[in-house]
Write a protein that binds this ligand. Sequence first.
Ligand SMILES: [Zn+2]
Length: 292
Amino acid sequence: MIHRLSIAARFRLRRPLLPFILCAFYAAPVLSQKCSVTPKQVKLGETLRITCPPEFSSATLNGRAAKLFPQSSGNNFGLLPISVKDVPGPATVTVSHSDGGSPQQLSIVIRKTVFPSQNVNLSPEIEALHSTPEEIALLTGFKEKISDARYWQDPLAPPVSGCVTSPFGVKRLHNGKATGEYHGGVDQRTPAGEPIRAVTAGIITFAQQFNVLGNAVGIDHGQGLESMYLHMSKLVVTPGAQVQRGDILGYAGSTGRSTGPHLHWVLYINGVNVNPAQWMKLQPCPRQPKPR
Ligand SMILES: [Zn+2]
């Protein structure tokens, strides 16, 4: 009995010290922490990852803003896209406080990036396909409305195993004529009927037929990240459904503006097309177009 009492007495003596010790241990690293950005040398079409102490709520670059979201680590985190059409050279990311405190400037370099050209021969019927105003409105809404909840996790998985027939950023020619457009996604060789899988977890925003996109699925992965999968023969998901990484969305086909069975898929960061090759290992097909 005497022994037990003495332990309790010792504990009571030590207890008042504990909160002080814990505060000192946890508070010091947060107070000294600055925002960071990776990669510091970024190519056109790549994504910047910004990590900040919790009082920072947004990041901007060339007028493009990204929200920073609280993470389980205690930091705030956000994704900022570098567009294919951005100008290479030194650039500054500005991270701002929610309460008006002084912002931080993060220096990066946007590297010169060479994209190859590729011609696609389209039949008159395929070239005549155009999006309806309703389809355009639906896609605009998809790109603009991204949930604050985070469903996505690293690493993302390729939606199919086939090699890449057309990488991201390729300058597109239709029937030999320059279109002024670039390839906003990745084409992977995929036989008709092959399952198409979600690259990471998310909520299905749309799963329907479009004139140009064919049977298509859009997924909101949360906190700035979205993905879209086109030209499918059959869809097996419905809007509002929650999917996990690797879940089947539908089966490969050649619906919409497509010249043969394949998967064209897209990653969006805050509505800007980005290069999926930065997010996962994709195997190029043996014959690739040569850069010009
Ligand atoms: Zn494509």
